[in-house]
Write a protein that binds this ligand. Structure first.
Ligand SMILES: [Zn+2]
Ligand SMILES: [Zn+2]
Ligand SMILES: [Zn+2]
Ligand SMILES: [Zn+2]
Length: 136
């Protein structure tokens, strides 16, 4: 059932405004005042975790574009790395990296409601992003 009040205000100062959006990350209803980013089908509330995810996604697109550009010219995806023809591929961003810039790790992923540790080859950037995405 739809909420009639914004769910994003502080715990002690609840926001009573009528919600006009649903956050795509935390699924809370929120009002215009608590909009961090609303555009087309996208709606992100001002909760810190959601705002972080939104910003991270923007940066990730730029990162992927940079890695792709470097891979096209035969270089490792890591900025500044001189290695040519990187042999390994990151399981998450699909970029190619040299052995020094790709780590074998066990990465916690959500498979439905179950959390499973998947064994992945992963670049430093993608490994770092998990801190933002493991939280809801
Ligand atoms: Zn949210
Ligand atoms: Zn509000
Ligand atoms: Zn990666
Ligand atoms: Zn490298």
């Amino acid at each position: 059932m739809a909420n009639t009040e914004c769910q994003v205000g502080g715990r002690f100062r609840r926001c009573r405004a009528t919600p006009s959006h649903v956050c795509q990350y935390c699924a809370r209803d929120f009002c215009d005042h608590h909009s961090y980013h609303v555009k087309g089908y996208e709606a992100v509330c001002t909760r810190k975790r959601c705002a972080l995810k939104h910003d991270d996604l923007q940066r990730h697109m730029e990162y992927k574009a940079e890695v792709q550009g470097r891979n096209k010219s035969g270089q490792c995806g890591e900025p500044g790395c001189e290695s040519l023809h990187p042999p390994g591929q990151c399981s998450l961003c699909r970029g190619f990296f040299c052995n020094a810039h790709l780590q074998d790790r066990s990465y916690p992923m959500h498979d439905g409601w179950v959390k499973v540790d998947k064994h992945v080859s992963i670049c430093a950037w993608c490994w770092d992003r998990r801190k933002i995405w493991q939280r809801r």
